[in-house]
Design a protein around this ligand. Structure first.
Ligand code: 5GP
Length: 180
């Protein structure tokens, strides 16, 4: 299945599962090395990061905990309009080593918002692990320590990421085909 159709868009495989998992192996090894003895709390940001989180956590061999948060969009009263609220943090983050597990960092605004919110809960340190980064689009200065794959500025689906709710189930990553 090299090409898929989702609604009005066609996509072609750009990162096969085997290539993704090779990079997930590497990121997991880095985390195992860096965070040993810190009992990190992995905070997976749903929905997009569910597949990455599962594959990553299977490779983490140090004592750790995993939990899940969600971002709820609502119309705020700020000048930019849209504000995202972090929901579902039930753990006490005080003095914890927290690892945010994200699917993709695009402009970085979502990650910045997460860092701000989690920072108010007095964690000892916050690390970022993301499956994908689009470096050309990054607008904010973020210290992203654990990146599986850097990708160009094209819209992708699969391996947890969706187009209008669809496509999260595919094991490979697909890039949109821009028909001129
Ligand atoms: P940011 O706040 O970094 O601009 O955006 C991050 C969010 O935008 C991601 O969590 C994801 O939901 C969405 N996003 C950005 N680029 C893509 C993409 O290429 N495909 C999909 N499916 N979602 C994307």
């Amino acid at each position: 299945m090299n090409e898929i159709q989702i609604k009005d868009k066609r996509f072609t495989v750009s990162i096969p599962e085997a290539d993704i998992l090779k990079e997930v192996d590497r990121v997991a090894a880095e985390i195992n090395r860096d965070l040993a003895g810190k009992n990190p709390l992995f905070l997976s940001v749903l929905n997009g990061s569910f597949m990455f989180t599962a594959d990553l956590m299977k490779r983490i061999i140090i004592p750790c905990e995993v939990s899940f948060v969600k971002l709820a969009s609502y119309q705020g009263v700020t000048s930019t309009g849209k504000v995202k609220e972090v929901i579902g943090i039930t753990e006490d983050l005080t003095d914890r080593t927290v690892v945010i597990v994200e699917d993709i960092v695009d402009t970085g605004l979502t990650m910045q918002r997460l860092l701000e919110t989690l920072g108010t809960r007095r964690p000892k340190e916050i690390h970022i692990a993301t499956l994908l980064v689009k470096p050309e689009k990054l607008k904010v200065d973020l210290n992203i320590e654990y990146v599986a794959i850097h990708i160009p500025n094209d819209f992708i689906v699969g391996y947890g990421l969706d187009y209008d709710g669809l496509g999260r189930n595919y094991k490979d990553i697909y890039t949109v085909i821009n028909e001129e």
